[in-house]
Every structure is written in C-alpha cells, then in structure tokens.
Design a binder for this molecule. Structure first.
Ligand SMILES: NC(=O)C1=CN([C@@H]2O[C@H](COP(=O)(O)OP(=O)(O)OC[C@H]3O[C@@H](n4cnc5c(N)ncnc54)[C@H](OP(=O)(O)O)[C@@H]3O)[C@@H](O)[C@H]2O)C=CC1
Ligand SMILES: O=C(O)C1=N[C@H](C(=O)O)C[C@H](O)C1
Length: 246
C-alpha cells in the first residue's frame, strides 16, 4: 500500500529525490522505503563506489560524479563528513533543497550550512525519529526542573559508527544545557546496536533516567523521507526536524 502526502496529491507529480550515501545502512533503508511512496521517486543514487549493490531502476553515481546526476527536487544525504562539502556546494549551485542526517560535521561545515540556507532550504537533524524529538523536549524540561542535579548522557551504537559522542547525544546535551545542566558524555560501541540514548539526572538519594532505544533504522528513514517531502516546498532557509514534524 503506497502512502501519498498531501503535498504530492496537490501536484500528482512525484518529487524527484537524489540520494547521497545510497550504499550505506541509511541509504539502503531510504531506497527501500521510498519505493512505497507515490509522492517520492529516487532518480539518482550517489556513493563512494558504484556497483557495490544492485539498485533496481536507479542511476548510480560515484563520488565526484555529482555534476552528472539528474535534476532533482530534493537531495537526501546520509553519508560522512568527508563527503559533505562537495554535496552542499552542488546543492547550492543547482538550487536543490537538502535534507541531511550526516553527523560529526565540523563548526565550519555548520557555518557553511547557515550560508547555504540563504540560497536553498536546508534541514539538518542528528536524529529523524519522532521519539528522540519528544525526548529532546523532555530533557530540557527535566533539566530546568532539576537545578544542581548531575546530568550524564550515555549513548550506545554499533561497532561501525565512526563519530562519538553521537550527534543525538550532542543534541540532547544542548537541550540539557538550555535547561541549565552541565551534561557529561559517555559512548559505547558494541554489536549491531542501532542507537540507544540514556539521559540520567542524579542527586543524593534519587535519580531519573530518560531512555530512547532505536531497534530499526527505518524510523530514521521514514522521518527523513517525510522531511524531504516537506522541505521541497519551503523557501530558502535553515529548518529543524521540529519544523517538519509540525
Ligand atoms: N540523523 C539521523 O537520524 C541518522 C544519522 N545517521 C548518520 O548518517 C551517516 C551515515 O550513517 P550510515 O548509513 O550508518 O553510514 P554508512 O557508512 O553505512 O554509509 C555511508 C555512506 O556514505 C557514502 N560515502 C562515504 N564517503 C563518500 C563520498 N566521499 N562521496 C559519496 N559518498 C560517500 C558511502 O559510500 P560507500 O558505501 O560506497 O563507501 C556510504 O554509502 C552517519 O553520519 C550517521 O551518524 C545515521 C542514522 C540516523
Ligand atoms: O550512526 C548511527 O547509526 C546513528 N547516528 C545518529 C547519531 O549520531 O546520533 C543517529 C542514530 O543514533 C544512529
């Protein structure tokens, strides 16, 4: 059963999606889930090396071949920081809205996103799940209500994750800081853990643990596809996942 967003119903023309990082764990989830959406069509798949995986009916491009990719209405990126600069420049040059979930970006790359947002719509989120969006709000509220309590953020991921702390942990830490806490971080890398984040507030005699456990990467992919369908119809600017979730 294909789902159709209201936006595409208004135009009846699928939004053309360029997928950057298509060979990766997230790229493969995005490819699989996009095929069940009538309002989105992946028209190009970019990864470091072409031909590693069979991607039925989608043109594949290697790193450095962005200039040869077909026109698209929105770009979705889940790659690595090393790949990000060329992709962002491509999106700005061709006026393509960008949804990106790539974490571990430098301050300079964040500044480049701000600059790009004067020309195109950009949405960067460290976590595209609804549960984490709710957790971020809970953490800020808890920090504000618990002045002086210790705040520790522990994140666990699969052994192939390159960055630490996770982007989500840093986002949760920013929320705790907005609430007046001073978060500390710890990271574990084990097995095939999709993503687990624990925010603990502790004081003498008691503690609170707020936990999000991701068990399927599809939650991130569904959120990114939703954000892409939404962002494609926004004016230039920098947007957050909360804007897309309404
Ligand atoms: N915001 C969110 O909700 C989520 C964010 N993430 C983040 O997304 C990113 C990707 O995660 P994941 O999919 O697990 O990682 P993978 O390592 O599985 O995939 C990375 C992808 O990027 C491609 N790539 C690497 N370098 C280049 C380059 N120079 N040019 C083009 N493509 C390149 C790889 O190509 P190839 O395979 O050919 O080497 C691969 O397709 C990470 O930063 C992760 O933290 C992950 C999950 C959720
Ligand atoms: O690399 C991953 O897998 C994930 N990365 C994101 C992060 O760095 O927070 C989101 C999610 O936890 C999975």
């Amino acid at each position: 059963m294909k789902s159709v967003s209201l936006a595409s119903m208004q135009t009846n023309t699928p939004l053309r999606v360029l997928l950057h990082g298509a060979n990766g764990r997230m790229g493969q989830a995005l490819l699989r889930l996009s095929s069940s959406r009538e309002d989105l069509q992946v028209v190009g798949a970019v990864s470091r090396k072409v031909g590693q995986r069979v991607i039925d009916g989608v043109s594949q491009f290697a790193a450095g071949e962005l200039g040869g990719t077909p026109d698209s209405d929105v770009v979705i990126d889940f790659s690595l920081p090393e790949a990000f600069d060329a992709l962002l420049a491509h999106c700005v040059e061709h006026g393509r809205p960008l949804v990106t979930g790539t974490t571990g970006l430098s301050d300079a790359q964040q500044a480049a996103l701000d600059a790009a947002a004067t020309r195109i719509p950009v949405l960067w989120a460290t976590n595209f799940s609804l549960g984490v969006a709710v957790l971020v709000d809970m953490v800020e509220r808890a920090a504000r209500a618990l002045p002086g309590w210790d705040c520790d953020i522990v994140e666990q991921h699969h052994v192939r994750k390159l960055d630490a702390p996770s982007g989500t942990a840093l986002t949760l830490g920013e929320a705790a800081t907005r609430g007046g806490a001073t978060p500390r971080y710890a990271s574990l890398r084990a097995g095939d853990i999709v993503g687990e984040h624990t925010v603990q507030f502790a004081t003498l005699g008691e503690r609170i643990e707020l936990i999000h456990r991701a068990t399927d990467r599809d939650i991130f992919a569904r959120g990114a596809l939703h954000a892409a369908a939404w962002l494609a119809r926004q004016p230039a600017g920098r947007y957050r996942i909360a804007d897309a979730l309404g």
